[in-house]
Design a protein around this ligand. Structure first.
Ligand SMILES: [Zn+2]
Length: 426
């Protein structure tokens, strides 16, 4: 039986997957194939990335534009935090679809099915299966086919930390891999991302979290070995969704727009600058499109803005100018070291609600070198043990690779399957 197991350690940087911090993954690298030019999407944020892993498409097509975003609803720009458990259900009611393209879970529903356990935010977890084609377990509520809640005793009651990841990993191994054995099994760990937001990269607390996340991945690698001993042809995908940069400053983008006369006031619906960590999505109401040229002139003069991508170039970033999205802004970033010698620094955009990012701690969302350096290592049929691939790859390539292994069609995806082309008889 052909199966695929995916383990994501959220936010783990490729340059930190080393023997000293992650011995289990470092050992796995020697028997898997690694992808050293692997990239995230824009924004490099967990909900957006979850949808891209799940669909094999960029945000332009899966439509989850950001961890926070705006929807044009009945002529009004409305700001949303997409971590909300109900966001994708709300989006379906407003726009007619949750995600714009099918997920892996939908594609494998009649071919062995999918089970996903995610300890990320509910909004990120539900991006794997917003329409209820498989089993999805998350601390915000767990569902079976038809989005029918699983029995109370089967709900996933994990805490959003290492302890929750540990409990979830144990359950994944015994129940999902050991007993239920779907065609596609996905484990999405919340660490080290959660810890990286709270402490400096390279600090003792961070290194301890890396080691534990690595150990959890190691348990799954061992479990897959046992599965293979029963005769299953298992493709094992280990990776992360994005990396992190160190926050060296926080900018209130909307306040600067108000000060410059480009936004009417804090609650006005003419222009919204929605924070996505080290990126911002700038929306302009269609009735105020005359503001766009002035906004562009203003943004290019701002020393806090790194790369500014206008509407007609959003496609290059995998985005589309839907719902008034007028600019994607990656905040200024450089390769400077933090106090622990970990490179990669960025400015962060202050969120309109909730706490601003912690100065000196990790964040992501933009196009900085290290937030755009997740890791990817794949072991199984079509991959070279101990091999290294240097061509650019993206997290959207995971879904077509999964479908290729399972022998299912993958037409119409943005990504491509990563298996080596094998010539029969060679
Ligand atoms: Zn993430």
């Amino acid at each position: 039986m052909k199966r695929v197991v995916i383990v994501i350690t959220d936010g783990m940087r490729r340059d930190l997957v080393v023997e000293e911090y992650t011995p289990f993954l470092a050992a796995f690298r020697r028997r898997a194939e690694q992808f050293v030019m692997h990239r995230s999407v824009f924004p490099s944020a967990t909900r957006v990335a979850s949808a891209s892993v799940a669909t094999g498409c960029y945000p332009a097509r899966h439509e989850l534009q950001g961890n926070s975003l705006a929807l044009l609803e009945r002529g009004v720009l409305v700001r949303y935090d997409t971590g909300d458990p109900d966001f994708l259900q709300h989006k379906r009611r407003i726009t007619g679809s949750s995600l714009g393209v099918p997920t892996l879970t939908e594609r494998v529903k009649d071919h062995g099915g999918a089970i996903t356990l995610s300890n990320a935010s509910p909004g990120a977890a539900y991006a794997h299966d917003p329409d209820g084609y498989g089993f999805l377990y998350n601390r915000g509520g767990s569902f079976g086919p038809g989005r029918i809640p699983v029995p109370d005793a089967d709900q996933l009651r994990s805490t959003p930390d290492l302890a929750g990841d540990r409990m979830m990993t144990r359950r994944f191994i015994t129940e999902t891999l050991g007993a239920r054995r779907p065609a596609l099994a996905v484990l999405w760990l919340h660490e080290p991302d959660h810890m990286q937001h709270a402490v400096p990269l390279g600090s003792p607390e961070h290194i301890a979290a890396l080691r534990q996340a690595d150990e959890h991945a190691g348990w799954v690698i061992d479990a897959v070995d046992r599965l293979r001993e029963t005769g299953d042809d298992v493709l094992l995908v280990t990776g992360s969704d994005h990396g992190h940069q160190t926050v060296v400053g926080v900018v209130d983008v909307e306040a600067t727009l108000i000060e410059a006369g480009l936004k009417d006031g804090p609650t006005s619906g003419d222009v919204l600058a929605v924070s996505n960590g080290t990126a911002a999505l700038v929306y302009v109401h269609p009735d105020r499109s005359e503001r766009v040229p002035r906004l562009r002139e203003f943004l290019v003069r701002c020393d806090w803005a790194g790369r500014i991508v206008p509407a007609d170039e959003l496609h290059d970033l995998g985005q589309a100018p839907r719902h008034g999205l007028a600019f994607g802004v990656s905040m200024r970033a450089d390769d400077g070291d933090n106090k622990y010698g970990v490179p990669g620094s960025s400015l962060a955009a202050k969120p309109s609600e909730g706490k601003p990012d912690r100065f000196g701690c990790g964040q992501h969302g933009g196009l900085g070198r290290y937030e755009q350096s997740p890791f990817l290592m794949i072991e199984g049929t079509g991959f070279e043990a101990g091999g290294t691939r240097f061509e650019p790859t993206s997290i959207v390539d995971i879904a077509p690779t999964v479908l290729h292994h399972l022998g299912l069609p993958a037409a119409g995806l943005d990504g491509r399957s990563l298996q080596h082309i094998t010539v029969p008889g060679s």
